[in-house]
Design a protein around this ligand. Structure first.
Ligand code: BEZ
Length: 184
């Protein structure tokens, strides 16, 4: 597995009061360097906005533990999905997410480069991210938590180690089992 964040540009939407109308947003390119350079970042990735486990457990778990993660030295928490910026925005709004930052990787550029892109054609999803989390310090990936069984068209959706509580335990210095093999 790679140990450094690839250079990527994320296409995000940000609120802009100078934009008239019911949709006061503009496009903003955010380079991966801007997110990771000089910071301690937790990034977790999931297969899709609005999907059941992602909506009921994965993202809400990080939102609920955001302050606890900050207390152990994390600067920011990002939730990445191979979805467009509009879907990510509406998903976060529906869930009332205010702390975790949603990161659209609609072209899958980041996910492909980091080696976590899988096919989910069996669900009609196309290419998506495998579920994982990572602790990144100044662009260096210190720790991966990759869900077991990474493969194309996986018949199930493991959610065992990429959760917020496991990351928190790791950051608090408690023993965590070695990272799962990710040979695909
Ligand atoms: C889920 O979050 O439950 C889910 C994600 C991807 C495919 C199917 C289900």
């Amino acid at each position: 597995m790679i140990d450094h964040i690839p250079t990527t540009t994320f296409k995000t939407r940000v609120r802009d009061a100078s934009v008239a109308g019911e949709n006061p947003f503009r496009w903003q390119d955010v380079d991966s360097d801007k997110i990771f350079a000089g910071k301690t970042i937790v990034l977790f990735a999931l297969p899709g906005a609005f999907t059941p486990t992602c909506s009921s457990m994965h993202l809400p778990g990080y939102e609920a533990n955001y302050e606890a993660l900050r207390e152990v030295g994390v600067d920011e928490v990002y939730c990445l999905s191979v979805n467009d910026a509009f879907s990510m925005f509406q998903w976060g709004k529906q869930l009332g997410v205010q702390k975790v930052q949603l990161l659209p990787d609609g072209n899958a550029d980041f996910t492909r480069q980091i080696g976590m892109l899988v096919r989910k054609d069996n669900l009609g999803f196309g290419d998506r991210s495998w579920r994982y989390s990572m602790l990144v310090k100044d662009g260096h990936i210190e720790r991966w938590f990759v869900e077991p069984g990474r493969q194309d068209n996986c018949p199930d959706d493991p959610f065992t180690c990429s959760d917020a509580e496991t990351m928190l335990e790791y950051l608090r210095g408690n023993a965590i089992a070695p990272v799962t093999s990710t040979a695909a």
